[in-house]
Design a protein around this ligand. Sequence first.
Ligand code: BTN
Length: 326
Amino acid sequence: MTTRDQILSLFRARPGEFISGQEMSSRLEISRAAVWKQVKVLSELGFTIESKHSQGYRLIDSPDLLMAADLKRDLKTEIVGCSLVSLPEVDSTNTYARNLAENGAVEGTVVIADRQLAGRGRLGRLWVSPGGVNLYTSIILRPDIPVQQTPHLTFLSAVAVAETLQELCHLQAVVKWPNDVLVGRSKIAGLLNEMSAETEKVHFVILGIGINLNMRADQLPTPINYPATSVLIESGKTVDRCLFGQTLLEKLDYNYLEFRTQGFGPIRARWEKLCNIFNRKVEVDLGKTIVRGTVVGLEDDGSLRIAQDNGELFRIVAGDVRLLDV
Ligand code: BTN
């Protein structure tokens, strides 16, 4: 945690109380000038902090900002979130996390930003990332698995996102192979996993997750394949972004520990229950060609098995799936 987050943690631990600059400086082992500087930064971020010469500083009010100090508080995880970086603004959390990972960041490091200036989606698309409304996060994992198994981690995060939307927001979220989470026919979340590996060795995987939480209709991106939506639009309710973030990190942690001990099986079973395309007619855009058929299952490597109308089986590794029977 940054010094700023440590100061916020002190305030959160003693609501309504003045804490002297002297106490903060000795607890955090920084100068009083450094304390003052970080209090000023917090004020600039929108925190209302009262300062009294004889008593110190007191937190009066907080903005709706995702801060590591708040996300870390009572977070029940073993790996995911062991180190947490929150940023008011970044180009892309995936790019930032990759940089950290290349410089040795530990497994489980989480990067969360309030706003992304160049949020990245699949196929070189832009991920619209305004501030103050959504969740943009990237998690660094260092799994001891062969490169061919890394797609399993996409299923792991899709399950965590869909289950969080169901349990916390009571939305009928479904997973769409392989990278999307939908509510009804609209996209509410997207996943962008990236990795660094050489031959058989995986150095790290970045799980990039973007979820539209409190975005209003006028903030939504122009639809490409699917219309976009948000929790606010679907449920009419504003989500507590910090609580959503914590729940998601806890589910990711649970899924990852399960994956490490039991392999892909349990995640795959939960993903299949959350998926609404089995035994349905689909069209898959492979870029150059289009395949039509019925989805009959998932291969062990996470690719999709389609039975074409002539009975021939087709294995899809990457493509855009559209339901035909709706
Ligand atoms: C997609 O559906 O195209 C994937 C979207 C992934 C967006 C997330 S937001 C957090 C992380 N940082 C990025 O730049 N992209 C991912």
